[in-house]
Design a protein around this ligand. Structure first.
Ligand SMILES: Cc1cc2nc3c(=O)[nH]c(=O)nc-3n(C[C@H](O)[C@H](O)[C@H](O)COP(=O)(O)OP(=O)(O)OC[C@H]3O[C@@H](n4cnc5c(N)ncnc54)[C@H](O)[C@@H]3O)c2cc1C
Length: 392
């Protein structure tokens, strides 16, 4: 990718709603992304490889467990700080943000919220430092949008349980040290377990051939009579509310992250429109190109305000799952629409790795699908406003 000339965009002075600490965190992550992610990400995406060497840097900037209390190694930060970190990391690449989201919200969050004190002490500090990387297994080959139908299950066998089944589309799976796995017990209740690499019968084959999130490693989790100690089961949660609580936290981060990807596309297209000359003048002078840019910054600004307000509600523990669904759905759709328009503005150059837009556009095809699809989030809003369930 060409030299990263990104500048943030703040059309409505939303920065004035942020604290000094928020701005400091945002700016330092932005600098880190420019230095450590932008110069390498295109190559890794082209090769479909996750750049493992940045894991330590992600830990150092506080991207692993920013809102987990400091006594467990987390950052002890508020939800807006978490959102800003996700925004900046996704400005670099959605795949890298996925790794940070999974580690923070789908692995550290459940261990902190549903885990025993022993589990918290054992895993959280190493996860925060990036010495251990986790993944989250909910989706199965035959159960995606409907996880309650999952067939992965475990049976009691004394001081341990025997786990069988398979998970699919699991981010970080090929290299994760541990997996937070959701499976049914003998009563059919969904429980969370920590499964460690090295347990006999546990394998994580990599998924190849993705055109999206190419710089993120995705794989399966296969459990063939895996012996998991009972002490690895989360004691504090039963039922679908366990995984849904994690997804709430991750979806909130994605709502912020999508703004980062959108800003990068807008920023690239704006600069290109000022520099690219056709018919003797910059293409930014043509009304059709201005329409695209004007609509992009309008949508980015609306998303920034929506997300900032959601962050305030989340800090006060008042953000509802349906509000988070609305922001995830709106912002990812906003970002993918901007990516598609921005790509056109760059003409042929838009399809190359010289610019980040095509990579963002392809990445966002996964982001609009995972953590609840675009349509599923619409159904959540529909159910919330009508009180009627249109899912089944
Ligand atoms: C790159 C990538 C990484 C991922 N990482 C993880 C991970 O780390 N951990 C994890 O557990 N999962 C992960 N996922 C899985 C992801 O969450 C699922 O793909 C997603 O939930 C959708 O499930 P599905 O693919 O089975 O689609 P399906 O559920 O089969 O849906 C197919 C289509 O049907 C629609 N649909 C389904 N039900 C309804 C309904 N009731 N009404 C109307 N339309 C409906 C959906 O909106 C969708 O358009 C990842 C996916 C991808 C692509």
């Amino acid at each position: 990718m060409a030299h990263d000339r990104f500048q943030g965009h703040d059309y409505y002075q939303v920065d004035e709603l942020l604290t000094e600490e928020h701005l400091l965190i945002r700016n330092s992550v932005r600098e880190w992304v420019k230095k450590e992610v932008s110069p390498i990400i295109e190559d890794y995406a082209q090769r479909a490889e996750f750049p493992k060497q940045i894991l330590k840097g992600l830990a150092d900037i506080g991207a692993f467990g920013p809102y987990i209390p400091t006594e467990y190694g987390g950052g002890g930060l508020d939800q807006i700080s978490y959102g800003l970190i996700m925004q900046e990391v996704e400005r670099g690449d959605s795949g890298i943000r996925s790794t940070a989201s999974v580690q923070s919200s789908l692995v550290m969050y459940p261990i902190f919220t549903y885990g025993s004190e022993e589990q918290r002490k054992k895993y959280l500090p190493s996860l925060a430092k990036g010495e251990m990387i986790g993944c989250f297994g909910l989706t199965e080959p035959d159960h995606g949008s409907n996880p309650s139908g999952m067939i992965t299950n475990f049976k009691d066998a004394g001081d341990h349980v025997i786990l069988n089944g398979a998970k699919m589309w699991i981010s970080n799976a090929p290299f994760a040290h541990l997996a937070v796995v959701w499976a049914k017990d003998e009563n059919g209740d969904i429980r969370g377990l920590i499964v460690e690499r090295g347990m006999e019968g546990f394998t994580t084959p990599e998924t190849h051939g993705k055109w999206s999130l190419r710089a993120s490693a995705t794989g399966e989790l296969v459990f063939d009579n895996v012996k998991v100690p009972k002490s690895n089961i989360f004691p504090e949660v039963k039922g679908l509310k366990g995984p849904l609580g994690c997804l709430n936290s991750a979806r909130y981060g994605i709502a912020w992250g999508a703004i980062g990807a959108a800003m990068d596309c807008y920023d690239t297209a704006l600069r290109y429109s000022q520099e690219r000359i056709q018919f003797g003048r910059p293409i930014g002078g043509f009304q059709l190109q201005q329409k695209k840019l004007a609509e992009m910054i309008t949508e980015i600004t609306k998303a920034q305000l929506l997300t900032w307000r959601l962050g305030v509600l989340k800090n006060e523990n008042r953000a509802t799952p349906a509000q988070i669904s609305m922001a995830k759905r709106n912002n990812v759709n906003m970002a993918i629409t901007i990516a598609r328009e921005a790509r056109q503005m760059l003409g042929g150059m838009g399809i190359t790795g010289e610019y980040p837009i095509m990579r963002h556009m392809m990445n966002l095809e996964s982001v609009i699908t995972y953590e609840g699809t675009h349509d599923i989030h619409l159904l959540i809003t529909g159910m919330d406003v009508t009180g009627l369930n249109a899912f089944t």
